[in-house]
Design a protein around this ligand. Structure first.
Ligand code: ADP
Ligand code: MG
Length: 246
């Protein structure tokens, strides 16, 4: 089947999600609606369940109970490859012996897409990410920021409805983090996809998010636009993450 070339995007509904590992409840009754095209940022202390929640949306982790909807489809039982999502991780291992173009196209090639389609999609993603002149280089010949762009390119070529980012910038130095944050904001404006983004960085949360979700101990503590959480946090815990104490 031919892929649609225009961007696909979909909203998400998390309906009473629970997740436990053995006896340990890690996510408890997560209910959340995310609109198509929205940029949603999850923040919360280490161990509160942020990565587990993303992995669960991606299908890399099975839910203990209830549903994950992407658009109108219940994807709870679907394979990661059938969910219309792509995930970008903090550690984004690139294949050192492959060129930038090969790294970006690898997943599509493995999925038996035609050579022409792979090349077309890689070129388009490279254009968006300002990597066109680096397509023949090896990862070792790129800067850290460019490497992270290649990792994002791998996600873009898959044409996902929803992008998931798990602390994608936390391995970069401060200057690069700022540069890549601006880059990700631009990508969101250009692509218009739904993006779900986990970070420890308050500036990233405040500047990128349409909506911030504060997680605490596997539960949603508060949800709202950055300005609302900043000006009117429900409690000192939220204030501690987002800004001004109450
Ligand atoms: P965060 O990303 O917010 O730091 P995680 O989602 O990685 O938190 O982890 C939440 C909790 O779930 C932690 O207590 C962690 O130890 C536990 N956990 C995560 N993955 C597993 C696993 N595969 N098996 C057992 N416990 C896990
Ligand atoms: Mg994590």
């Amino acid at each position: 089947m031919e892929q649609i070339e225009t961007t696909r995007t979909a909203g998400l509904r998390l309906n009473r999600l629970y997740k436990s590992f053995g006896g340990l409840a890690v996510l408890k009754d997560i209910n959340l609606d995310i609109e198509s095209g929205e940029f949603v940022v999850f923040v919360g202390p280490s161990g509160c369940g942020k990565s587990t929640l993303l992995r669960l949306i991606a299908g890399l982790e099975e839910v203990t109970a209830r549903d994950v909807f992407i658009g109108s489809k219940d994807v709870t039982e679907r394979d990661p490859s059938e969910r219309g999502i792509a995930m970008v991780f903090q550690t984004y291992a690139l294949y050192p012996h492959m060129s930038v173009a090969e790294n970006m196209g690898f997943g599509l090639k493995a999925a038996k897409r035609s050579k022409q389609e792979v090349e077309r999609k890689v070129r388009a993603a490279a254009e968006v990410l300002q990597l066109s002149q680096y397509l023949d280089r090896r990862p070792s010949q790129l800067s850290g920021g460019q490497r992270q762009r290649v990792a994002i390119g791998r996600a873009i070529v898959r044409d996902p409805e929803v992008f998931l980012f798990d602390e994608p910038l936390s391995n970069l130095d401060a200057e690069l983090r700022v540069e890549m944050r601006i880059e990700i904001a631009r990508l969101h404006r250009e692509l218009g996809n739904t993006m779900i983004y986990v970070t420890h960085d308050q500036t990233e949360a405040m500047t990128l998010a349409d909506k911030i979700v504060v997680l605490r101990n596997g539960e949603i503590e508060q949800v709202g636009p950055p300005a609302l959480l900043y000006d009117d946090p429900d409690n000192t815990f939220v204030a501690g993450f987002i800004g001004s104490p109450k």
